[in-house]
Design a protein around this ligand. Structure first.
Ligand code: ATP
Ligand code: MG
Length: 491
């Protein structure tokens, strides 16, 4: 355990960090902060939700000279939401020193941004495109920058920002420190590191698994057409505080959130096609708890830190293991527990195995719940609420009416009626969901299936179970569309 007191940071920053409720440094912080304070370049890799933001944020704030009216630190992040979130965290860390932090992202009025830039922020946090735009307009000056941080570098690569990043880095004085955070280190990122970093220290927080152990991971084998009913049953049974449902495409996200609303859940979707204002308002509502279910695509949710997300549902299995790790990493953050459920259609099962092999962690198989189980789950939730209400002991206004009811009815009947009224019975309102074509069948399919079967045997599934699975495979599965077929599966 490392205390922030022992990391050599100033009183002002220490106070700010403690005020944020951080008691001890996470491993990535314990390793990165001292290196960064010594001006070393650092490449950092650690699991989701383990505090990478503060790992670079604390030393960056420490190095800001607040008497100098110039941009001294720049953080580049893949999405607007992430830029805002990181700037908020940096603002809190820097509150003790009164460090000025400004988020800069596309979609926001450029005139307003230019006015904010005139108030000389010490740190800017932005998306590559907009930062470059300001550099070209000369509304951002790079000559006093001493620290550059690339957050989620691999995601920026996936989004096609690599050239923008190179251009930005090339314009920043060489006498600087560069920190790079990335979940993976594909070749183009390594090249960036070689070209733009000086003797980088690699901080890889060793973890047996890529996912944090505090997330319980399950998979459910379901046919495409049954996914939605199973999702709503799970929501009823598990009654998550806040849940994120991941869909593969934008259309999927729209349809899912609409369908969830039809069935009485408060859900909204986020994906790249929504306006900036809309995405932010959805996120705000989700954080405040005025919507319970956020439906998202991978990119929209990358790196987002929303406290209190208890459940993640992979309505569609992600195409690659990294997406899986990032998706489920929206729960179980900062040492909290979480539950992740992955739906897999029979023909997509090889993907499940690839995920498990990469994360070095097995998902536990869960049977799709039945309608009765869903009803039971709802009842249990109501009973819990009633017990809580009893505990709150604030019932004097209701007791007279209760006694009146009990004069003519027996207690069990009265309570049963109350339970029935309060229980949300499983809703089977028809909804419209376009079937998503399954991911392309993998070449190595045979061997994966064999491996999987061996593991299934090991878990002691009976052969009847397996026959059922086999028959599911032959019934009514659609062939992948040519578009999807052409996507390669490269892991
Ligand atoms: N030392 C700490 N003690 C307690 N909470 C912390 C600490 N450091 C960070 N946190 C909190 O943990 C949460 C996750 O942190 P952060 O978003 O930086 O994770 P991350 O490693 O960047 O995750 P991702 O890979 O998903 O981007 C945040 O709410 C943050 O405020
Ligand atoms: Mg992060």
């Amino acid at each position: 355990m490392t205390r922030f007191e022992d990391l050599g940071i100033s009183q002002a920053t220490l106070k700010a960090v403690l005020r944020m409720g951080f008691e001890e440094a996470t491993p990535i912080q314990a390793e990165t902060i001292p290196l960064s304070l010594q001006n070393k370049d650092v490449i950092g890799q650690a699991q989701t939700g383990t505090g990478k933001t503060a790992a670079f944020g604390i030393p960056l704030v420490e190095k800001i000279d607040t008497s100098l009216e110039a941009i001294q630190g720049i953080i580049i992040a893949p999405t607007r939401e992430l830029a805002i979130q990181v700037s908020e965290e940096l603002y809190k860390i820097g509150a003790g020193k009164r460090v000025r932090v400004l988020p800069i992202y596309g979609g926001q009025d450029i005139g307003r941004q230019i006015r904010s830039l005139k108030k000389s922020p010490h740190i800017i946090v932005g998306t590559p495109g907009r930062i470059l735009d300001h550099i070209k307009r000369r509304t951002i000056r790079l000559d006093q920058i001493k620290t550059v941080i690339l957050d989620e570098a691999d995601e920026m690569l996936n989004m096609g920002f690599i050239d923008d990043i190179e251009t930005i880095l090339a314009g920043i004085p060489e006498e600087r420190q560069t920190l790079l955070f990335s979940a993976t280190m594909p070749a183009p990122i390594q090249r960036i590191a070689e070209k733009f970093m000086k003797d980088p220290q690699i901080v890889r927080v060793k973890a047996k698994e890529m996912t944090v152990p505090s997330i319980e991971q399950y998979y459910l084998e379901i046919q495409e057409k049954n996914k939605f009913d199973v999702l709503t049953r799970l929501l009823d049974i598990q009654s998550p505080d806040l849940a994120i449902v991941f869909g593969r495409t934008k259309r999927r996200v729209d349809e899912l959130s609409e369908a969830l609303n039809l069935r009485g859940y408060t859900a909204e979707g986020i994906h790249g096609d929504l306006s900036q204002a809309k995405r932010l308002s959805v996120l705000r509502k989700f954080k405040e708890g005025s919507i319970d279910v956020l439906v998202a695509t991978d990119v929209a949710a990358r790196g987002l830190d929303i406290s209190g997300v208890t459940h993640v549902y992979n309505f569609d299995i992600p195409q690659d293991p990294e997406s899986y790790v990032h998706r489920i990493g929206r729960t179980g953050r900062a040492g909290k527990t979480g539950v992740a459920m992955t739906f897999v259609t029979p023909r997509e099962k090889p993907y499940l195995f690839v995920v498990e092999r990469t994360t070095k962690r097995k998902m536990e198989r869960m049977k799709p719940p039945t309608l009765d189980e869903a009803l039971e789950g709802q009842q249990r939730a109501v009973v819990d609420k009633i017990l809580q209400t009893i505990d709150s002991n604030n019932l004097q206004y209701y007791k007279a009416a209760a006694e009146e009811l009990l004069e003519t009815n027996d207690a069990t009947t009265v309570v049963a009626a109350v339970l029935k009224m309060l229980t949300k019975e499983p809703d089977t309102t028809p909804v419209k969901l376009t079937e998503e074509a399954p991911l392309p069948v993998k070449k190595e399919r045979k061997s994966f299936d064999r491996d999987r079967r061996r593991r299934d045997d090991f878990r002691g599934y009976n052969s009847g179970d397996r026959r059922k699975k086999a028959s599911m495979k032959t019934r009514g599965e659609r062939r992948p569309s040519t578009k999807q077929k052409s996507k390669s599966y490269n892991h």
